[in-house]
Ligand binder design. Structure first.
Ligand code: 5AD
Ligand code: SF4
Length: 459
């Protein structure tokens, strides 16, 4: 497996979820102004491309995608092409100079302004809004769900990030951390449930620092007021209905507290799955990364999960070849993986990002081939662990939320268990959105195969 190809394919779920929610917020703003969405890019008069800057590869892909629109723009000069999100924020006006066919650039806090920006382009100008806000959470906007009749939806609970991990561009592209009013979150979850959704994933860059109180409008650090924290928010969402599953992403090892784990254990409908990015298994690298924890602290948090939440699956993010990473430090990552035995991991080669602390402080000095070789060692180990953890599930029964036909056959259906493992089983007349009991009979490193036992009654 070539590491770069692997990296290209991997889109971590939180990030993917964030992309979905941004697109849904944009769809809501535009439709409220009379625009319609279309599934066919050929029919569109306005094309808005949502972007991510987190790794260089993501930006390279956007530039390639822009190339696809060149011909269309030549044949239809009135077509409006806009770039939204992180790449827009990072490159600002210079995007208009670098990519001639782009008419509009809007950062992640400027989506309310999109209809005006599109109008501005209509008058023959280029339009830019990349202002970051301290309090924009789009709390009052009901995202337009583009997958009508879906089962699982993402719900944004906070935006931005106040951590300064030295490799990460997010604090520069997404701005300061701000939490969203819990009542708007709960209402959105209720509406989703009433529309037939059976799973919500609560999204934030660092859900454990979710904090809301009456003094809060953006800066939410005054804890003298009654405050809703993440554990309380999750409980409020879990109480929407026992038939609404709750997931969340991403947890931060420095902030994840036992009260969150206790709430997970208390409610059957909060999924027993945590995404806890480690990034590296060596304390010195974690220090250079400015992650705010040591290897020992991280392993203590893993112990807490194992102690408090029954049969909890854990996934992680790992970066290979961060600045100055020695062979010994890389081996520490491999040994930590052996200690934790993750169910799943998102694995990346370090790619230097402009403006970050790492770019300013350290040399990106691990040679490409060494980064690549280390990444392969990490991926090989993870594949072995994923297979081993899946094999342990053979013979067990799981409650699955049915998502629909599997990719291979219409007669086989698929869905996830609470541990976030994909399970495939013979249909037996079940419908998407139902909960069913399935007994696991076989597995690969990526999926579980099971036998349908029975459909669960609604609560
Ligand atoms: N290089 C490689 N991987 C990165 N990530 C974030 N920034 C970088 C970077 N500069 C990874 C981290 C993070 C995930 C979302 O992306 O592992 O947790
Ligand atoms: Fe980036 Fe760190 Fe914030 Fe995650 S917690 S978004 S890695 S700065």
């Amino acid at each position: 497996m070539k590491p770069s190809t692997q990296e290209d394919k991997v889109i971590d779920e939180g990030r993917q979820g964030e992309a979905v929610t941004s697109v849904e917020v944009v769809a809501s703003i535009m439709t409220s102004q009379g625009y319609e969405t279309t599934r066919n890019a050929e029919d569109a008069d306005v094309v808005l491309i949502n972007t991510c800057s987190i790794r260089e590869n993501a930006e390279i892909r956007v530039r390639k995608r822009l190339g696809d629109f060149k011909k269309r723009k030549e044949s239809n000069p009135d077509l409006v092409v806009g770039i939204l999100g992180c790449m827009a924020e990072r490159l600002k006006k210079s995007l208009l100079e670098e990519e001639k066919l782009v008419d509009l650039v809007a950062g992640p806090d400027a989506y309310r302004d999109l209809p005006n920006l599109v109008d501005e382009v209509g008058t023959g100008q280029k339009a830019v809004n990349v202002l970051l806000s301290r309090d924009e959470t789009y709390a009052d906007i009901s995202p337009v769900r583009l997958d009508q009749g879906g089962v699982s939806a993402f719900v944004t609970i906070m935006r931005g990030c106040d951590n300064m991990c030295s490799f990460c561009v997010v604090p520069f592209t997404r701005g300061r951390e701000r939490s969203r009013d819990p009542h708007t979150i709960v209402n959105e979850c209720k509406e989703l449930f009433n529309a037939g959704y059976r799973e919500v994933t609560l999204l934030g860059q660092n859900v454990d620092s979710y904090r809301w109180n009456l003094s809060s409008k953006g800066e939410i650090k005054d804890d003298t007021q009654p405050t809703t924290n993440f554990a309380q928010l999750m409980e409020m969402v879990a109480l929407v209905s026992p038939d609404l599953r709750v997931r969340f992403s991403t947890s931060h090892p420095k902030d994840m507290t036992d009260d969150v784990l206790e709430i997970m254990e208390k409610y059957e409908n909060i999924c027993e799955y945590i995404h806890l990015p480690v990034q590296s298994g060596h304390t010195d690298v974690l220090h250079r990364m400015n992650r705010g924890y040591s290897r020992e602290w991280y392993l203590d948090r893993i112990d807490a999960i194992r102690r408090i939440v029954s049969n909890c699956a854990i996934s992680t993010d790992i970066i290979s070849g961060f600045c100055g990473e020695t062979e010994e430090e890389h081996k520490a990552t491999l040994s930590l993986m052996d200690e934790v035995c993750y169910e799943y991991a998102y694995m990346f080669k370090y790619s230097e990002r402009p403006k970050t602390l790492a770019e300013r402080r350290f040399d990106d000095d691990v040679p490409e081939d060494v980064k690549g070789r280390r990444l392969i060692e990490i991926i090989d180990k993870q594949n072995a662990h994923s297979l081993a953890t899946n094999q342990k599930d053979i013979g067990k029964m799981y409650k699955i939320l049915v998502e629909g036909p599997s990719r291979r056959s219409a007669e086989q259906y698929c869905g996830r268990n609470g541990r976030n493992s994909m399970v495939i089983f013979d249909r037996n007349g079940v419908e998407k959105g139902q909960y069913v009991m399935v007994k696991i009979t076989d597995c690969t490193s990526a999926t579980l195969l099971g036998e349908y036992i029975e459909t669960c009654p609604s609560a």
